[in-house]
Design a protein around this ligand. Sequence first.
Ligand code: TTP
Ligand code: MN
Ligand code: MN
Length: 735
Amino acid sequence: MDAQVLSYDDEGELLQAWAEFVRKVDPDVLTGYNINNFDLYYLIERAKHLNAVNFHFLGRIKNVKTVCRSVVLQSKQMGKRENKSINIEGRVIFDLLLVLLRDYKLRSYTLNAVSFHFLGQQKEDVHHSIISDLQNGNEQTRRRLAVYCLKDALLPLRLLDKLMCIINYIEMARVTGVPLLSLLTRGQQIKVVSQLLRKAKHYDYIMPTYQGQGSDDQFEGATVIEPLRGYYDVPIATLDFASLYPSIMMAHNLCYTTLLKGTEMNSMQPDEFIKTPANNYFVKASVRKGILPVILEDLLSARKKAKNDLKNETDPLRRKVLDGRQLALKISANSVYGFTGAQVGKLPCLEISQSVTAFGRNMIEQTKNEVESRYKIENGYKHDAKVIYGDTDSVMVRFGVTTVADAMVLGREAAELISKKFVAPIKLEFEKVYFPYLLINKKRYAGLYFTKPEIHDKMDCKGLETVRRDNCPLVATVMNACLEKILVNRDPQGAVEFAKSVISDLLRNKLDISQLVITKELTKTEKEYASKQAHVELANKMKKRDAGTAPKLGDRVPYVIIAGPKGTPAYAKAEDPIFALENSVPIDTLYYLENQLSKPLTRIFEPILGEKTESVLLRGDHTRTKVIVTSKVSALSMFTKKKSTCVGCRTLLKDENDALCQYCQPKETEIYLKEISTLADLETKFNRLWTQCQRCQGSLHEDILCTSRDCPIFYMRKKVIIDLEEQDKLMKRFN
Ligand code: TTP
Ligand code: MN
Ligand code: MN
């Protein structure tokens, strides 16, 4: 990496020079990872402390000082979070962490984990506790620290580039008129307000200030068609309305400015207004066009453009990003409807929102009826079609055909025919074919997703524990593997066998500990949590062991559940995975079966195995061979010294320094050679993991400092080191 090194004897001078550098470069955008709540805040406070007076003028307006305030932000999407508000006039602080928290659902948000996820690159994860040592060490350790920091600055740039964050946010800012920074820190409502104000100005309206009273009036939502649960080994076509709620508002001209109140419609011609299924009245566009429909046209045409770009893009990651853009525009369009229904919002209008959902409910009913009454044997088709499920604006149809291609032909035809029954721009689209399709329940299903007949696009899972972050990785791994066997290999029986083998491995303690690590963020102090929680209890326990390395507020706490006396609540059985490894503390494997694996697994196998699911999966022979670690033994074994056993036959030895009992003595050479080869295997494994970590940190000549607890390799490395030490001790007993 190229870098220019400037050094200063005085820290205050250093900071002032840095500020001068910022002014000279004069950037529009300042970016980095967590710079808003950490780096910039820290620099500002530090400069204040050191009295580095010139530091604080970072913006483009002369003599305006940059200061830092704490603000608490709350939105539906993000929940409550504390943020720093920092003014740097004329520049945008574009913090990549805030972007990722907003736009991507990830297991971990450390820069390390994120870089690995999107770039396939990592940096070593240097724990902040050793940074002072590196700085205070010598030239070499400082160089080490600098290289680490450089990478810290480079990775966010690469990510911004690859994920097209700036492009996407500027696009959103342009379409909605909301400044970049507000897009990062505020919710959905501000986008609608901003667009309303912009259009109101254009059409010469004034937007009323409304003091939200927050009434309890609820309006009826969308329809979910009762699912015909099961495993479908035939193609299922999905028809879905394009931008349903926005298109309803456009088709029927629903807006604040078109709503007729009281008896207003009595003085009007019948062809000048409509009555909605929720019994509200709106004038037609021929009389006066509403401004909400205009706003929606803008949003949807931007979405259409993004969807078109998506069609022409071949690079998989860029496709994902473009898909993200069209999705963001879709959500913005749908939040216009949400805005009219938000009782504590800036301008609720129940007449609009309840009319939208009422139209929607009628439309989904009508669609189901149209499909089932047209596609019938008596109308000349080969089969009777059946709508097996539907939600809000989609229907899943079994046309009875056996190939994806045939299902697509019928799906396209049906979408086109049924679209004609509705007012433009309402449009029913053929979306995809699922084949096979596993329908578990309302909002829970999985299927192989086809948009072209030749090959599936992806495996699609809704409402299943394939990505959920609050489980241990084992759950997602097993679920994904099972679904893959069910859907891709179309081998449900193979999936059952696989699930059973994992359960058996789990109970026999054969799984890698990294698969069992659960991680939760420590967001509150102990007193603020209403009930006892595993990660909080563990954080306390670790503080007592070593306050320096224990997790702090805001850290993610990784833990495993260890075996304990019967009746011990789970929160009291949380243990630091490293401590568990180093002290061979037994895992509570039953906890993992009962509290992590069993529910999600039972759910996906129920449509296949029916009533006997639980007995097959959770009570078969494969669950008999448990490694029983009774609590007493395990608790004691942590403190008493292990007695030596014979390496050959495991009988207790009189002299713990011996290797073999008298019966195994004659076979000494043979046994010794076997143990030597075990040692060699462990060494190979260790070397492989070590090189992997060196490659990840980008240098083959230095020690591994990385302690990333998001990385499975970290735990494997730890484990193999312990195994090596054990094996080494054992070898010594052979003299
Ligand atoms: P979808 O079919 O998911 O969305 P859509 O019809 O707007 O867009 P697409 O062209 O991709 O099908 O959902 C149907 C309706 O449900 C949508 O029009 C409005 C409502 N909805 C929301 O209110 N908020 C949301 O976040 C989503 C996804 C949907
Ligand atoms: Mn839709
Ligand atoms: Mn839909």
